[in-house]
Design a protein around this ligand. Structure first.
Ligand code: AMP
Length: 561
């Protein structure tokens, strides 16, 4: 990976797109097939292909522990390096030295060797899996010859290369390297969901063989969030449509002849768990691939996600369970119909074909949509939002009518609009140094509500919502108001810094859940800081009773629908 790292440095150093492409193309041409496959993938900044839902499950702590075992540095050295760079890869790179224990007879860390190690990490299972993963990381680090190599290997492991490479540029480099038409490279990348496989096929002139096929899951297209009540500027260009955002699990149904497979987000076949969906799909003629959401139902109304959990936990489903928690696949996209794959067709066309295929009710049903005529004025959107909530759904999905289906992509063609459940006033009890560009400020806050006898009980942790200026001011304040480490809360993580409970925040969230993670017995889903409440004192924060009340109200609302 030495040469890979050197190329990354050169790519990062030049702002010129054509130069980036030329550098990459030259390097890709040098590699043999095994290294080409791995390296092309690594340039996307992830250890695995887009369509591959495996992860390394490596927390920063494991990476640091592995690095420490190899290069033997202390906390102060790591802390200083991290604050200097704000990036774990660059920080660890600085601490590289000849490994204390030599990795004798190990292979040099070629891209394909690193790929093999990643496969081993993802496959580590069982009781000692954390230990096993760390041991493989140690082996990877011990094989790194210098700082730069360690830096970029770590960046791939943490999933963030930061060298200004979009996938589009990598595809252009592949086209340039192997003199393949750029459009063919792009199309096969969409079908394969794997830049590595595309690079190898481009070299061998076999791009035409990469096609979407029945029975092989296609990576799911994803949505980006839009803030409720923002100006909705994203919606001003192009023509958009609105659907309800359903609260279930994503599912991709493949029917070929009589065979039905249903792939979940992890791309496992979960058809056995949903016999009524399989049955309804079998009654529709022809072959097709449908994208949709499986939702728990009561009559024609939808039930919240909680109800579906009873179905998710079982591998086999009996008649009683099917009666207690019936489900339906709400279809919102059609990716293939008989011989034809439709990924490159605009959404409007895919949807028209879908509407001709599935009906408005039953266990495989069409998700209704409407056209957003108004160019996204807040009034229309908020009315549609309330109507969706009244139907028991989470919010809205906004989709561009002319967009192709981009497998594995979270872009600006699909937007999701949600709104918080409520807000709470809480007090900050512990803080942490941030990450990335926030590494030099205290930006991560653990906060608490008031419990019995005025005890402060933690309920969550928030990272987002404040401006850089606010965070800078708070950082100064927190540094001056640290509490001695022996005042650390019993369940706190080691890098949390306890602070005087004075700063009151208003936090918004989507859902309250019961949880053992925090002292209050509750956790907030997706907490965001709305503002600093300078006008409130710590004794004015919300009490646990208020949390319990909100929780009960939430359950009652769900029960009613
Ligand atoms: P999130 O999980 O918040 O990132 O939102 C994206 C998810 O919303 C998708 O992966 C789907 O599982 C789900 N979803 C619900 N309704 C729709 C819809 N009408 N169109 C697309 N995705 C939907």
């Amino acid at each position: 990976m030495k040469r890979f790292a050197a190329i990354c440095e050169s790519v990062a150093a030049t702002p010129a797109k054509n130069e980036k492409i030329a550098l990459l193309a030259e390097y890709l041409r040098e590699l043999d097939d095994r290294d080409l496959e791995a390296a092309a993938r690594f340039f996307t900044g992830t250890p695995f292909a887009a369509r591959d839902e495996r992860t390394l499950s490596l927390g920063g702590q494991t990476l640091v522990a592995a690095a420490r075992a190899v290069w033997e540095f202390n906390d102060a050295q790591l802390g200083a390096a991290y604050r200097e760079h704000g990036d774990l890869g660059a920080a660890l790179g600085e601490l590289v030295r000849p490994p204390a224990r030599l990795a004798l007879f190990d292979d040099a860390l070629q891209p394909h060797v690193l790929k093999k190690r990643f496969d081993e990490i993802a496959a580590a299972r069982g009781k000692n899996s954390a230990r096993k993963r760390q041991a493989i990381c140690e082996r990877i680090f011990a094989a790194c010859g210098d700082s730069l190599e360690a830096t970029y290997v770590t960046k791939i492991m943490t999933g963030d290369l930061r060298i200004g490479l979009r996938e589009g540029l990598i595809l252009e480099a592949i086209a340039a390297a192997f003199e393949a038409p750029a459009a063919d490279v792009r199309r096969s990348a969409m079908a394969a969901g794997d830049v590595g496989a595309v690079a190898v096929a481009a070299r061998h002139g076999t791009l035409a063989d990469i096609a979407v096929r029945y029975g092989a899951p296609i990576a799911f297209m994803l949505a980006s969030p839009v803030q409720y009540g923002s100006g909705y500027r994203e919606l001003q260009a192009g023509s958009w449509s609105i659907e309800d955002k359903l609260d279930g699990i994503r599912a991709q149904l493949h029917k070929e002849g009589d065979a039905v497979r249903i792939f979940s987000r992890t791309l496992n076949d979960v058809a056995r768990s949903y016999p009524e969906v399989v049955d309804a799909a079998q009654r529709i003629s022809g072959s097709f691939v449908i994208d949709g959401e499986i939702v728990a139902m009561r009559g024609d109304g939808v039930l919240p996600f909680r109800f579906l959990q009873a179905r998710l936990q079982r591998k086999t489903v009996d008649a009683t369970l099917m009666e207690e928690v019936p489900v339906a696949l709400w279809c919102f996209d059609l990716l293939a119909r008989n011989e034809e794959f439709l990924l490159e067709e605009p959404l409007a066309e895919r949807r028209a074909q879908l509407a001709a295929l599935v009906g408005a009710d039953g266990a495989v049903r069409l998700t209704p949509w409407s056209e957003l005529e108004s160019g996204g004025d807040a009034e229309t959107l908020h009315a549609a939002f309330e109507a969706s909530r009244a139907r028991g759904n989470e919010g809205l999905m906004l989709k561009r009518n002319d967009a192709p289906y981009f497998p594995g992509k979270r872009g600006k063609w699909w937007l999701k609009l949600k709104r918080e459940l409520s807000t709470l006033d809480v007090v900050v009890v512990a803080v942490e140094w941030g990450h990335g560009k926030r590494a030099k400020v205290l930006s991560d806050y653990t906060f608490a509500v008031r419990g019995p006898n005025d005890a402060l009980l933690t309920i969550g942790k928030a990272y987002s919502g404040l401006t850089d200026a606010e965070i800078a001011t708070l950082t100064e304040w927190f540094l001056a108001h640290r509490l001695p480490v022996d005042r650390q809360r019993p369940r706190a993580r080691s890098h949390e810094i306890p602070v005087e409970p004075e700063i009151v925040l208003e936090v918004a969230f989507d859902v309250i859940q019961k949880s053992d993670l925090h002292e209050s017995g509750f956790a907030l889903r997706f907490p965001r800081i709305v503002r600093i409440r300078d006008d409130k004192l710590p004794q004015d924060i919300d009490a646990l009773g208020r949390v319990e009340e909100l929780y009960r109200e939430m359950l009652a609302r769900e029960g009613l629908r």
